[in-house]
Design a protein around this ligand. Structure first.
Ligand code: S3P
Length: 422
């Protein structure tokens, strides 16, 4: 069983955006509970190389404010972080210098045309090789505002255009096909850049925008919380409380999915910080009433708000009577690994029955998983999803490359160990 109380390091997506806003703001900013993820350290180190002075005090990150981004002397290394590379490209698009963005092997295989197209429409010029990183961004402080319909549901692309829009003269509009995580819109409004969102999924802001920094405490990372919620629900007699965690509706959708699959989950103490909702998650172990839920397909509009939790939901799905299906999720093939393939192969290695489609998976359940050798493919979310599977499996599991959890959640194994009682 899993027992105890947790508070988690700050949300990765919110931390990236808060750091970028603080770097561009007039006046100083103090970010508390900043993410401990290697990805967010990549954002901070790129900003330092762009001439932004950043002071670190325990879990606080302090920005002096009134600083100007300057041309970096060497390539900006975004590591494994898609959010760093794509959103920072949007920031750089609006500055009068050239900067090169590079990433690790995985990031260098991921599609970048999705940001190159809108940023070039706005007037930046971006060199790439076959639409992939390294990217050379030739920015301009005279960007054109555009109205852009996103061809893929991607918060990173939306955010790249909105950050570029801060430096465009006029109204920038992004139209989404399906709602994706909305931290950029919420934080812009929270820091005084009016952003309008409408029910037809269009988001507008007027540039050039001037805004003032300030203090913010980043709520705990709900995607990190997901692994603990899953372990607690799958191990009977568990009782877990996670406090101060982000409950942004575009991120916390997995909680209602797990509840509909029979989990006992409650959220309490809802509060807001700079337009972001956070609160407490309470989980009691064991499943109830799953037989009454015949269709457990995750598809279409649900996918963007579950995107990072889908490998974990596939693992949980192997324990649900009747199993689960995931469709319309081809984007998963373009993440840190091909997450449809790596999830299917690893679940099969543990004895689950999985069918793989171009855009999803069908996982039969309930299955008795057995220990196996798991390949994380250097993908943090695969390593953590299969650490959850290992806890409910019979026998020992070995996860290769498990240290990659540090990309989003360096404390993962230590915390899991301290809360689990076998
Ligand atoms: C993120 C958006 C999502 C998500 C990623 C973080 C963000 O990617 O998978 O982990 O911070 O905006 P896409 O925008 O590619 O869907």
């Amino acid at each position: 069983m899993l027992n105890g109380h947790l508070r988690l390091p700050g949300d990765k997506s919110i931390s990236h955006r808060a750091a970028l806003i603080a770097a561009l703001a007039h006046g100083s900013s103090e970010i508390s509970n900043f993410s401990t993820a290697a990805d967010c350290a990549s954002t901070l180190s790129c900003l330092s190389q762009l001439g932004i002075s950043i002071e670190r005090k325990e879990n606080k990150v302090i920005f002096a404010g009134n600083q100007k981004l300057v041309a970096p002397r060497r390539a900006l290394d975004c590591g494994n972080s898609g959010s760093t590379l794509r959103i920072l490209a949007g920031v750089l698009a609006g500055h009068d210098f050239t900067a090169e963005l590079i990433g690790d092997e995985s990031l260098s295989t991921r599609p970048m045309r999705r940001i190159i197209e809108p940023l070039e429409l706005m007037g930046a010029r971006i060199e790439a090789t076959d639409g992939k990183a390294p990217l050379k961004v030739h920015g301009s402080s005279r960007l054109n505002p555009i109205t852009y319909r996103l061809p893929v549901a991607s918060a990173q692309v939306k955010s790249a255009v909105l950050f570029a829009g801060l430096n465009a003269a006029g109204t920038t509009t992004v139209i989404e096909t399906l709602p994706s995580r909305d931290h950029t819109e919420r934080l812009f409004n929270g820091f005084g850049v009016p952003v309008k969102t409408t029910t037809d999924l269009s988001i507008t802001l007027d540039g050039p925008a001037r805004f003032t920094g300030g203090s913010i405490t980043i709520p705990g990372d709900v995607s990190s919380a997901a692994y603990f919620v899953a372990v607690a629900m799958l191990l009977p007699e568990s009782q877990l409380t996670i406090e101060g965690v982000s409950l942004n509706p575009t991120r916390a959708a997995f909680l209602s999915v797990l509840t509909s699959w029979g989990a006992d989950i409650a959220t309490t103490d809802l509060q807001t910080e700079r337009n972001e909702t956070y609160g407490t998650i309470n989980v009691r172990g064991g499943l109830t009433g799953t037989a009454a839920q015949p269709d457990r397909t995750l598809s279409r509009a649900m996918i963007p708000s579950l995107i990072d939790e889908l490998p974990l939901l596939a693992v949980v799905g192997s324990q649900i009577p009747g199993g689960i299906r995931i469709r319309d999720a081809a984007e998963l093939r373009l993440k840190e690994s091909d997450r449809l393939a790596t999830t299917a192969a690893n679940l099969r290695a543990m004895g689950a029955d999985v069918e793989e489609f171009d855009d999803g998976l069908a996982v039969s359940g309930p299955a008795q998983l057995h220990g196996a050798k798991i390949d994380s493919h250097g993908d943090h979310r695969i390593a953590m999803a299969f650490a959850v599977a290992a806890l409910i499996a019979k026998g020992d599991t070995e996860i290769s490359g498990a240290e990659c959890v540090a990309i989003s959640f360096p404390e993962f194994f230590t915390l899991l160990d301290s809360l689990s009682k076998r």
